[in-house]
Design a protein around this ligand. Structure first.
Ligand SMILES: Cc1cc2nc3c(=O)[nH]c(=O)nc-3n(C[C@H](O)[C@H](O)[C@H](O)COP(=O)(O)OP(=O)(O)OC[C@H]3O[C@@H](n4cnc5c(N)ncnc54)[C@H](O)[C@@H]3O)c2cc1C
Length: 391
C-alpha cells in the first residue's frame, strides 16, 4: 500500500503501531540504553520485543511476510525508535538496508527465499558496500567475485559494516568485471557460516555503540550463481544507487527522531532548572535555542516524509529529495543535540542525562550512507542540470 504523495495523515492501524514503538521505547529502550552504550552490547532483548510486536514486518511488503505499510510508515517507525536510541535504530534499520538490494534487484525466488525471515525478525541482514579504500569513492572498490563454472569466488574486505557478525544475511558488492569499473559491480547474497567468511574486531565507537560495526573479510568464499542478486552480473551499481535513494529517507527519519528526543529532554530540563530565581526557560536565549530546535525538527520531518513517499516512485527528483532530507536531518540532529547539551549546561556534559549520549550518537548521521559533503555533491549535480532550464 502506498499513499497519495504528500498525504501525511496516519491511519488508526498505523497509529497503533507507532504507539507500540513508543511503549517499547519507554519500557525497554530507556531503561537499557545507557548500559548498552557503555558496554557496547547489541540490543538483543530489545530486538526480541520488536519481534514479538511484529515491528520488523513494518519494513517489508505483505507478499514477503511484512505488513505492507509502505515507506512512510517505515520511516515513522525508524523516527520513533531513534527518539529513544539511535544505536538501536541503526541496528534495526541496517537490517532493512541489507535487504534492500534483494527487494530492488532480486528475482522472485530470491525474494521468497530471503525476505520472509527478515520480515519476521528471525534473521537480520547487513549491507556490505564500503571498503578500506572505497568510502565516498564507491567506484574504487576492489572486492572481486571471480566466476568459476557455475560458482563465484569472493575475495576482499568490507569496512564499517553495521550488524556485521550479528547478521545472518549479507548483501555484498563485488566486481564481476574489473575492466568496467563501477559498471562491473554485482551484489551477492552471503550467509553467516559460509566457509571463508569472517568478521573483524568490534569497532570501539564514539556513539551508536550498541549497534555493532565490524569488517567483513572474505577469503575464497564460494557461492552459487543463485546468490547473485537478479541472477545477472554487472547490475550492482544501479542496485546500489537505488538502495541508497530508498534508505536515505530512513536515515533522515532517524535524524529527526534523535533530534526530537534531545529537544524534549532540553525543554523538560529548562522548565525545571532554576537560576537567578526563575526557570531558565524564561530566558529568551534559552527559548530561542528551543524554538530553533523546533523549527529545524519540523522542517527536517517534512523533508524526510517527502523523501519517504517519493522513494518508492520513479519521479525524477527522488534522489534529490533523498539527499536533501538526509543532509538536512543529519545537520539538524547534530545542531539540536549540541544545543540540547548547552541547555543542560554542565549536566548536559555528563552521563546522568541522555543528551550526552544523543550528542555522541548524532554525529554518525553526517557520515554514514554518504557524508554530508557527498549529499551536497548530489544536490549540486541536480543544480548543474537544472540551472540550464532557469529563466
Ligand atoms: C558506524 C558506521 C557504520 C557504517 N555502516 C555501514 C554499513 O552498514 N554498510 C556500508 O557499506 N558502509 C557503512 N559505513 C561506511 C560509511 O558509509 C562511510 O564511512 C562513508 O561513506 C564515508 O566513507 P569514509 O569513511 O571512507 O570517508 P571518506 O570517503 O574517506 O571521506 C573523508 C572525508 O572526505 C570527504 N570527501 C570524500 N570525498 C569527497 C568529495 N568527492 N567531495 C567532498 N568531500 C569529500 C568526506 O565527506 C569526509 O568528510 C558505516 C560507517 C560507520 C562509521
Amino acid at each position: 500500500m502506498e499513499r497519495n504523495l504528500m498525504d501525511f495523515t496516519v491511519t488508526e492501524d498505523e497509529q497503533q503501531i507507532l504507539d507500540l514503538v513508543h511503549e517499547i521505547g519507554r519500557n525497554e529502550i530507556i531503561p537499557q540504553r545507557a548500559e548498552l552504550d557503555e558496554k557496547e552490547e547489541f540490543p538483543h532483548k530489545i530486538f526480541d520485543k520488536f519481534r514479538e510486536a511484529g515491528l520488523f514486518g513494518t519494513m517489508f511488503d505483505e507478499e514477503y511476510g511484512g505488513l505492507g505499510m509502505g515507506a512512510f510508515l517505515s520511516c515513522m517507525v525508524s523516527e520513533a525508535v531513534a527518539e529513544y536510541c539511535l544505536g538501536v535504530a541503526t541496528a534495526f534499520g541496517a537490517s532493512k538496508l541489507g535487504a534492500l538490494p534483494i527487494i530492488i534487484g532480486g528475482t522472485e525466488e530470491q525474494k521468497q527465499k530471503y525476505l520472509p525471515s527478515l520480515a519476521s525478525g528471525e534473521k537480520i541482514a547487513a549491507f556490505g558496500l564500503t571498503e578500506p579504500e572505497a568510502g565516498s569513492d564507491v567506484p574504487n572498490l576492489s572486492t572481486m567475485a571471480e566466476k568459476k563454472g557455475d560458482k563465484y569466488i569472493l575475495n576482499g574486505t568490507k569496512q564499517w559494516i553495521s550488524n556485521a557478525g550479528v547478521a545472518d544475511t549479507y548483501t555484498i558488492f563485488a566486481l564481476t568485471d574489473k575492466a568496467k569499473g563501477a559498471r562491473g559491480m554485482s551484489v551477492f547474497i552471503l550467509e553467516k557460516g559460509m566457509k571463508g567468511l569472517s568478521f573483524g574486531k568490534l569497532e570501539n565507537k564514539l556513539g551508536i555503540r550498541c549497534s555493532h560495526t565490524r569488517q567483513i573479510i572474505m577469503e575464497d568464499v564460494e557461492v552459487s550463481e543463485e546468490n547473485l542478486v537478479g541472477l545477472k552480473p554487472n547490475r550492482g551499481f544501479i542496485h546500489g544507487i537505488k538502495t541508497l535513494n530508498a534508505s536515505r529517507p530512513f536515515i533522515a527519519s532517524m535524524g529527526v527522531g534523535v533530534a526530537h528526543g534531545a529537544y524534549k529532554e532540553a525543554a523538560k530540563y529548562a522548565k525545571e532548572r532554576v537560576q537567578f530565581g526563575k526557570s531558565i526557560i524564561n530566558f529568551q536565549a534559552i527559548q530561542h535555542m528551543l524554538a530553533n530546535m523546533m523549527v529545524k525538527i519540523d522542517a527536517a520531518r517534512l523533508l524526510s516524509y517527502r523523501a519517504a513517499v517519493y522513494s518508492v516512485t520513479d519521479h525524477p527528483d527522488t534522489a534529490k529529495f533523498s539527499a536533501i532530507a538526509k543532509y538536512y536531518a543529519a545537520e539538524t540532529a547534530m545542531q539540536v543535540t549540541t544545543d540540547a547539551v548547552q541547555v543542560l549546561g554542565g549536566y548536559g556534559y555528563v552521563k546522568d542525562y541522555p543528551v550526552e549520549k544523543m550528542f555522541r550518537d548524532a554525529k554518525i548521521l553526517q557520515i554514514y550512507e554518504g557524508t554530508s559533503q557527498i549529499q551536497l555533491n548530489e544536490i549540486g549535480s541536480y543544480i548543474i542540470k537544472e540551472a540550464t532550464t532557469y529563466k
